[in-house]
Design a protein around this ligand. Structure first.
Ligand SMILES: [Zn+2]
Ligand SMILES: [Zn+2]
Length: 163
């Protein structure tokens, strides 16, 4: 969604609300596939000359568990919060999001925030047991019967305790 922020930048107290959904035309990550549109609810407002964008993006995606490689559906909620500027005063631009020509590509900004918020590791559940390194069985579905490798440091300790 292209948003003209001409009025919001120019008029103190001006506010605009958003409640819409969109589907990006490119993939956000190799690690998951969107299974719903991205829904954004938020607003942009001019408070005493400072323009802020606040909102939340919600969507679902099919994700591959980093531990057991099973696909699962995960819901994401990502906060989208920025101070918007129509021009940069200096090079310290990290805290500000530059809106060139006062025209904001809101979808692109939301997608940027989503990509930055994604974890490096997706787990189907907190205590996912992963797959057996020997036979490849998904251990969430039960033990596989392979002999457990004992950490050599641990077996040395056990031998000491035996004495
Ligand atoms: Zn898993
Ligand atoms: Zn096994």
């Amino acid at each position: 969604m292209q948003v003209s922020l001409e009025q919001v930048f120019n008029i103190v107290g001006k506010e605009e609300n958003f409640n819409y959904s969109f589907v990006p035309d490119y993939s956000l990550s190799d690690d998951f596939a969107l299974s719903s549109p991205i829904k954004f609810v938020g607003n942009v407002k001019n408070t005493a000359g400072i323009v802020t964008l606040n909102g939340q993006a919600d969507f679902s995606a099919n994700v591959i568990c980093s531990r057991c490689a099973e696909e699962f559906l995960k819901h994401f909620s990502v906060a989208v919060e920025h101070t918007l500027v129509s021009e940069l005063q200096n090079e310290e631009s990290e805290d500000f999001y530059l809106v060139e020509g006062k025209q904001l590509d809101l979808d692109a900004l939301i997608c940027e925030d989503i990509i930055l918020s994604l974890p490096f590791v997706f787990l189907c559940k907190e205590d996912c047991r992963g797959i057996c390194p020997q036979c490849g069985k998904n251990l969430n579905n039960g033990e596989c019967g392979c002999k457990k490798c004992v950490d050599p440091r641990m077996s040395a300790l056990l031998e000491l305790l035996d004495d």
